[in-house]
Design a protein around this ligand. Structure first.
Ligand code: AMP
Length: 215
């Protein structure tokens, strides 16, 4: 199953992507996670991406598309994958179409996790991320077992620089300008379904699984 999860930052697509990857046993490919890993490892790509990310801006298309095209060639992605946070612009989507075409495959479903800006601002300001493994929690809705400590690896939880309120507002503006047009793009290709991202995480998940089936 080849999926794209669309949605504003904080709409809950990352959480859904992780749950879907587990259920369908396919890799979860998050470009945001790939950039964060590169920043942590102080790679050239990480250094370049960080400046954009900290300001709530998109990393330029040319730095993203090649990275995703390479990732899709890996063995574990041949039977299926979930793209989370990519594509984020029309040129990225066009590039993805071309890559998949060359691989003789295509996207099965694009799930748009729909959530109003007001809910998102509230969610992101309560989000806490692990400094080591990147797992995310929420101060109200998804608390770790021990406050401030990651359940997965025991490291410290922090408010990511890009989840700070002023950056969130910028990220939402960028989402509306550059990413939202993808909804029409995939509607035109008859692969788009929208789900309500305001619901509790488990309910949104159930709706998505109903759409995708039990494969
Ligand atoms: P995310 O965790 O998906 O919200 O991504 C965090 C940040 O990484 C974004 O705000 C962008 O700066 C950058 N980023 C992630 N994916 C992309 C993409 N497909 N295109 C451009 N920038 C991206």
């Amino acid at each position: 199953m080849k999926l794209i999860l669309l949605g504003a930052p904080g709409a809950g697509k990352g959480t859904q992507a992780k749950m879907l990857a587990k259920k369908y046993d396919i890799p979860h490919i998050s470009t945001g996670d790939i950039f964060r890993a590169n920043i942590k490892n102080e790679t050239e790509l990480g250094k370049e991406a960080k400046g954009y990310m900290d300001q709530g801006l998109l990393v330029p298309d040319e730095l993203v598309v090649a990275l995703v095209a390479d990732r899709l060639q890996e063995d574990d992605a041949q039977e299926g994958f979930i793209l989370d946070g990519f594509p984020r612009t029309i040129p990225q989507a066009q590039h993805l179409d071309k890559t998949l075409d060359e691989m003789g495959t295509k996207i099965d479903h694009v799930i748009d996790v729909d959530c109003p800006d007001a809910n998102i601002v509230k969610r992101l300001s309560g989000r806490r991320a692990c400094i080591k493994c990147g797992a995310t929690y929420h101060t109200e809705h998804l608390k770790p077992k021990v406050e401030g400590i990651c359940d997965v690896c025991g490291s410290e939880l922090v408010l990511r620089d890009d989840d700070k309120p002023e950056t969130v507002i910028k990220r939402l503006q960028v989402y509306h300008e550059q990413t939202q047009p993808l909804i029409e793009y995939y509607k035109d290709k008859n692969v788009l379904v929208s789900v309500d991202g305001k619901l509790p995480i488990e309910d949104t998940f159930e709706i998505i699984v109903d759409i995708l089936g039990d494969r």
